[in-house]
Design a protein around this ligand. Structure first.
Ligand code: HEC
Length: 157
């Protein structure tokens, strides 16, 4: 009986190590936006003082056309002319997954201060207008979610 003990032990070890190894490839490797750590925590937690209303969206549209559309595209898909010319890697705001892990405060901070190739709006816009733009940027995914169910399908323009 005692002679069997090492054999059993080895069998047990093998049995336990197999599933552990199999699990590794299935762990998702989505490691996006670690650069967001550069945003101060207080700024990231700042609540959006501007409610999502038709007025807020209308105000944002004006700035979007002036300052954002050339890169992010009219419908937020990231395929604006300037973005294509500069070969910028821009996220697709029509995909609900893009912004789901980001707070309004983070988006506001990026819009105000810029990020990598994204230029800052700075004092060009008032605080309220910055939050309008946050509302607007989020509205692209909502519009799409209501319009069609499959996010990976080619988008009709
Ligand atoms: C010169 C092109 C350009 C313009 C103009 C521009 N952006 Fe961007 N934007 C970018 C790029 C490039 C990124 C990705 C930056 C990065 O690598 O983190 C970005 C990122 C963002 C993000 C963060 C998205 C994310 O998930 O990381 C938001 C929000 C955003 N832009 C909103 C705006 C708004 C609102 C405007 C207009 C006021 C604007 N952008 C104007 C190029 C631009």
């Amino acid at each position: 009986m005692y002679r069997m003990a090492p054999v059993l032990l080895i069998l047990l070890l093998i049995a336990f190590s197999l599933p552990a190894q199999q699990q590794q490839p299935s762990t998702p490797t989505v490691q996006k936006s670690s650069a967001y750590t550069a945003i101060p925590v207080a700024a990231a937690r700042e609540p959006n003082p501007v409610k999502v209303t038709p007025e807020s969206i209308a105000r944002a549209k004006k700035w979007w056309a002036l300052d954002c559309e050339m890169c992010h595209g009219k419908n937020g898909n990231g395929k604006g002319d300037t973005a294509q010319e500069m070969k910028l890697a821009i996220v697709d705001f029509t995909d609900p997954a893009t912004l789901k892990d980001h707070t309004d405060g983070e988006l506001y901070y990026i819009i105000k201060n810029g990020h990598e190739d994204m230029p800052p709006e700075g004092d060009r816009i008032k605080a309220e207008e910055g939050w309008d733009l946050v509302n607007y940027v989020r509205s692209f995914a909502k519009k799409k979610a209501g319009a069609e169910a499959k996010p990976d399908e080619a988008k009709p323009q």
